[in-house]
Write a new protein. Structure first.
Length: 113
């Protein structure tokens, strides 16, 4: 499966962005999917997951601010990010929940204070 994230950008604190991820080359609907992020000098972390059965989970730091969703027909995963904070600055990636597919380039999100 190939994954391509997009939708990042520069936004002021308190603003919103919507990230999109398109998958190709596979039967997308069978996979649990997640959004991950990696800030400079830090390890990549799991931000949100959406399972094939619809179960959704978030890391505590984004609960109440981010919303993950998927459209299996379009092979898309989305991450609506609201009330953004400077600490949300990172490169954001989408990928399967383990085992991972190849990591795409990700999309840069920069939140200014």
């Amino acid at each position: 499966v190939q994954l391509q994230a997009s939708g990042g950008g520069l936004v002021q604190a308190g603003g919103s962005l919507r990230l999109s991820c398109v998958a190709s080359g596979t039967i997308f609907s069978i996979y649990d999917m997640g959004w991950y992020r990696q800030a400079p000098g830090k390890q990549r972390e799991l931000v949100a997951t959406i399972r094939t059965g619809g179960i959704i989970d978030y890391v505590s730091s984004v609960k109440g601010r981010f919303i993950i969703s998927r459209d299996n027909a379009k092979k898309m995963v989305y991450l609506q990010m609201n009330s953004l904070k400077p600490e949300d600055t990172a490169v954001y990636y989408c990928n399967k929940v383990r085992p991972f597919a190849s990591w795409g380039q990700g999309t840069q999100v920069t939140v200014s204070s």
